[in-house]
Design a protein around this ligand. Sequence first.
Ligand SMILES: [Fe+2]
Length: 179
Amino acid sequence: MAILSIPEKSIQISKVQEIRQFLNQRGIFYDQWSCDVIFNDTVSSEDILKAYSKDLTPFMENGGYETADVISINSLTENYGAIRAKFLAEHIHTEDEIRFFVDGQGLFWFNLDTEPVFNLLCQRGDLISVPAGSKHWFDAGETNPFVKAIRIFIDMSGWVPHYTNSKIEEQFQEFKIPV
Ligand SMILES: [Fe+2]
């Protein structure tokens, strides 16, 4: 279940319909997929993709997406500090960044220029598509990161981050993930 926060306004939205509407009005696609498979720690990427194929296959066909893979980060991930830093600096991509959260959680931050920065806490079942060219960053947390997500691409080269070097993300380092 996602939670949308606008820190500068102390606003929090947790109703799915309101989150969807807020994001859709800003050109950000959001959806929720359900799955009754319980994954263990050793589940393969193939099994995860297969478990969500009911939603994943039509989504990819309709959107012209070519590939999907699974990214998994946890407290045993080597070089997590460097990995975190790569996502944590504000950047854009030349294609949509689509993530479906299978397990764990992470914060997608958006800087749309025309309004205060907001973030979406994404958890199990949340699908988000960050539009190409949108300034954003992502954080799975400083300690005890845990996120397992499906990444969906048209072309993997489109996923290369182009950093803005604004350092705006530093203004939000104290933000506490809502519970
Ligand atoms: Fe990104």
